[in-house]
Design a protein around this ligand. Structure first.
Ligand code: GLN
Length: 313
């Protein structure tokens, strides 16, 4: 099946925003100091259809740092370059069951990063981005994510500097991976590219279009540009289903039934293959680091738009 008609989707997106606007559970991330200064009331809900129609309610054009959601799209770009088998062996696809910035997950698995949606695997993935220098790798990350969004994305310099000054843990993870031979270039340069990648500015609208590109077999439904192959979209969505919501991925799939990725600035993208994607933004997070209002809005839209990938009708 496909999505309901334009008016119906428009109404449901408006309802998803209105229903959860007054929810005030969750806390804004503060381990990256500048993120703690955001307005917790910001809230946007957006749906992009695989045909290119976009529906939004609330703060859909407000920009925030993409954070961990970048991991999904960098992974797709690296899969496009290296292919299914190579990336499977190097980075893995299994859930760690541990928080996204876990150090012991790396040791417990003999130095294997486990999957590209935790920081260890994301660092190992970013290290594989094409480019003759770290500067070129960064430009390729930025260019690739911009192609998914259908517009040029910019670095949030304040977020980049705030995280760079406080990301000792990611530096430790990168050094640990290096010690196991899993990162073969300068690990601190890899962390720098990764920190920039996380500080790219997006809106809920951008997230919906980026997700709809994965839903659409790799063609951006708004610009018509092919960004990655259909095979890469399948690979990426499978990894998101297993690992995109961290240690809560099982519960998310059970309740909502869509591959998705969250970030600590409050974004979530959820993808309905062949149909479109939902992009939400609301900064207060649950203990796993997933936006509280974003989860509620996505659950509502998955249910009312009939998006659960496990539903037979
Ligand atoms: N840049 C953040 C980090 O590496 C991203 C984390 C996230 O969004 N979960 O800690």
């Amino acid at each position: 099946g496909s999505l309901p008609g334009w008016d119906r989707v428009e109404d449901l997106v408006g309802a998803a925003h209105a229903r959860y606007r007054d929810v005030d559970d969750g806390v804004v991330a503060d381990y990256i100091p500048v993120l703690a200064t955001v307005d917790p009331g910001l809230y946007g809900v957006c749906v992009a259809e695989s045909g290119g129609a976009v529906h939004g309610a609330g703060d859909t054009e407000v920009e925030f740092s993409v954070q961990s959601i970048s991991k999904a799209f960098v992974y797709a770009l690296v899969c496009e370059e290296f292919g299914h088998q190579d990336v499977l062996e190097r980075v893995g696809v299994n859930n760690t069951g541990l928080p996204f910035n876990s150090v012991i997950a790396v040791e417990l698995n003999d130095g294997h990063p486990m999957n590209p949606m935790v920081n260890a695997g994301a660092l190992a993935t970013t290290a594989l981005m094409p480019g003759a220098s770290f500067g070129e790798q960064w430009e390729n990350v930025r260019g690739g994510l911009s192609a998914f969004a259908g517009r040029q994305l910019e670095l949030d310099d304040e977020v980049y500097r705030s995280e760079s000054a406080t990301n000792m843990r990611n530096k430790a993870i990168a050094r640990l991976l290096q010690s196991y031979g899993r990162i073969e270039v300068d690990p601190l340069e890899v962390v720098d590219v990764y920190t920039r990648q996380c500080a790219l500015r997006v809106s809920a609208h951008d997230l919906a279009v980026m997700g709809a590109t994965l839903a659409d077999g790799g063609v951006n439904p708004v610009t018509g540009e092919r960004v990655v192959s259909g095979q890469v979209c399948r690979d990426t969505l499978a990894v998101l289903a297993a690992t995109g919501m961290y240690e809560r991925s099982g519960e998310w799939l059970f309740e909502i039934g869509l591959p998705a990725k969250s970030g600590v600035a409050g974004g979530i993208v959820a993808v309905a293959p062949g149909k479109g994607a939902i992009g939400t933004f609301s900064p207060p997070l649950d203990p796993a680091g997933n936006s509280v209002r974003g989860q509620r809005a996505t659950a509502y839209l998955s249910r009312t738009l009939g998006l659960n990938v496990f539903a037979s009708a």
